[in-house]
Write a protein that binds this ligand. Structure first.
Ligand code: HEC
Length: 173
């Protein structure tokens, strides 16, 4: 009887532990969205469509080139717009990629500069969202990888930008 009581106590303790830890996990996952999801939320909450266009350019869609869609719109947050040549820590560049009809949003590509994030490549964080805010993925042949973070393909091509800042729009200046 005594032995049974001890076993029961143990099982109860284990059950309680599992309950507590799964509760904590549920709470944590509710609070802590993945980084890309939080950035998407932040961009929309800060109404990035009201941000500044590229200095000296209109805020209309302009004709783009591969791989960034037929028509593009750029938005710079205050840090970036205030100093488009230096693009200090905290700069965010949002590029909306539209289809040939100029109105169908195909993708949103974002560069976010965070000091110390990736010194080898201008400290930019890269991400490509689908129009619905989910993170885009590479094709199946390329392993269906999420396009976010220190993403090689983005970095490789942007290496060609002048001034070693991985950014094209400010190259004429
Ligand atoms: C094959 C080359 C190439 C690749 C790959 C590429 N880009 Fe670009 N990107 C460009 C060019 C060229 C421009 C500037 C011309 C324009 O605005 O269309 C540009 C512009 C941008 C801009 C506006 C800032 C700027 O540099 O003028 C952002 C933001 C951006 N790209 C994000 C990304 C992200 C994120 C990826 C990876 C998912 C990516 N790009 C992959 C060529 C590329």
């Amino acid at each position: 009887m005594r032995r049974f009581g001890w076993m029961f106590g143990c099982a109860a303790a284990v059950a309680v532990t599992i309950l507590i830890s799964s509760g904590a996990n549920a709470q944590r996952s509710k609070k802590k969205l993945p980084y890309e999801a939080r950035l998407w939320k932040y961009l929309n909450e800060s109404k990035y469509r009201n941000w500044a266009p590229v200095p000296g350019e209109s805020d209309d869609a302009y004709e783009g080139e591969s791989p960034h869609g037929a028509y593009l719109k750029m938005y710079l947050n205050r840090k970036a717009a205030g100093n488009p040549n230096e693009l200090p820590d905290g700069s965010i560049l949002v590029k909306e990629n539209y289809g040939k009809d100029k109105t169908t949003l195909m993708a949103v590509t974002v560069m976010f500069r965070s000091e110390g994030y990736n010194e080898a490549a201008g400290d930019w964080y890269w991400v490509k969202y689908n129009a619905d805010g989910t993170v885009a993925k590479t094709g199946e042949d390329a392993g269906s990888k999420r396009i976010a973070g220190k993403f090689g393909k983005c970095i490789e091509c942007h290496t060609d930008a002048k001034g070693n800042d991985f950014v094209f729009f400010n190259d004429e200046d």
